[in-house]
Design a protein around this ligand. Structure first.
Ligand code: 1HE
Length: 261
């Protein structure tokens, strides 16, 4: 499924980065059914040469969440299926083929925050603000928000956002864990792209472990987590690429030392 509201651009030579852009600025990148399906299919359709992705939004805002104009006519059964459709799409973001960096600015609200929460790294510029207006619209989150957002900021903060309509500023969002990076106005995309380029140069198996093993290990009881970690570590270090990278360090090859930034 494609949508005129989603633009995909593959950049770079070897380890490519996909730039996935919401292009529905007139409606503040509100996500209708066609757009959520296009987001789902965008990740499945990425060429194997792509190693990381950046997702951002055209115009003044990252994303105004669910397209409320489509909400009016749904009954309970349709509402259930609609929410499950969002789950399937955002599952492809979090557990898809490549790490995804969100470049945030302006409104990151409702389903927009759910989309951002499914990404692996969030970079926010100073215009960013976060809200969950579902509370004031008489609805509930339906795009994995009740699962992913408490894992970022805790259930108490999410309850506050939904019950009181609290709007979180860019600075506060970085402090409480909604974004890992806070950057000057207008520079979120550049920073996200720079990070994606760096992430794309990692060994693919390391990125795979971070995307697929780490969140599962974090949910396991410690004893099981330790065991899963050992299995993942053994698989990762057995890859020829890992052996080469370690050899490069031991031979003092340029650019492999940890540097203070
Ligand atoms: C929309 C939507 C939308 C804008 N659905 N059409 N999300 C919300 O409750 C957030 C609703 N939106 C807003 O609060 C504001 O639009 C913004 C703060 C994001 C931006 O404000 P502003 O002044 O720049 O834009 P605007 O004038 O409010 O909106 C411009 C147009 O976009 C306008 O349409 P127009 O035809 O009159 O030009 C708006 O109607 C339209 N628009 N946001 C539909 N969300 C998986 S479940 C997830 C549940 C949720 O996400 S609920 C939260 C929904």
């Amino acid at each position: 499924m494609t949508s005129p509201d989603l633009h995909i651009d593959i950049r770079g030579a070897q380890q490519e980065v996909a730039v996935i852009r919401l292009t529905r600025a007139k409606k503040r990148n509100a996500i209708n059914d066609a757009l959520i399906l296009a987001i789902r299919d965008a990740f499945d359709g990425l060429p194997a040469t792509v190693r990381a992705a950046v997702i951002d939004g055209e115009g003044e805002h990252f994303c105004a969440g669910l397209d409320l104009s489509e909400l009016q006519e749904r009954d309970a059964g349709q509402g259930l299926m609609h929410s499950r459709m969002w789950h399937a799409a955002l599952e492809r973001v979090q557990y898809g083929p490549v790490p995804v960096i969100a470049a945030l600015h302006g409104a990151v609200v409702g389903g927009g925050l759910e989309l951002a929460s499914a990404c692996h790294i969030r970079v926010a510029d100073e215009t960013t603000f976060y809200a969950l207006p579902e509370g004031s619209r008489g609805i509930f989150v339906g795009g994995d928000g009740s699962v992913r957002i408490p894992r970022l900021i805790g259930a108490a903060r999410m309850t506050d956002m939904m019950m009181t309509g609290r709007v979180i500023s860019a600075a506060e969002g970085e402090r409480i864990g909604l974004a890992q990076y806070l950057v000057p106005t207008g520079s979120a995309f550049d920073k996200a792209f720079e990070l994606a380029t760096r992430v794309a140069a990692n060994a693919p198996l390391t990125n795979y472990a971070l995307m697929h093993a780490l969140p599962r290990i974090a949910e396991q009881p410690a004893d099981q987590g330790f065991f899963t970690e050992a299995m993942m570590a053994a698989i990762a270090q057995s890859a020829p690429e890992a052996k080469q990278r370690v050899r490069d360090f031991l031979e003092g090859k340029a650019g492999t030392k940890v540097q203070k930034s």
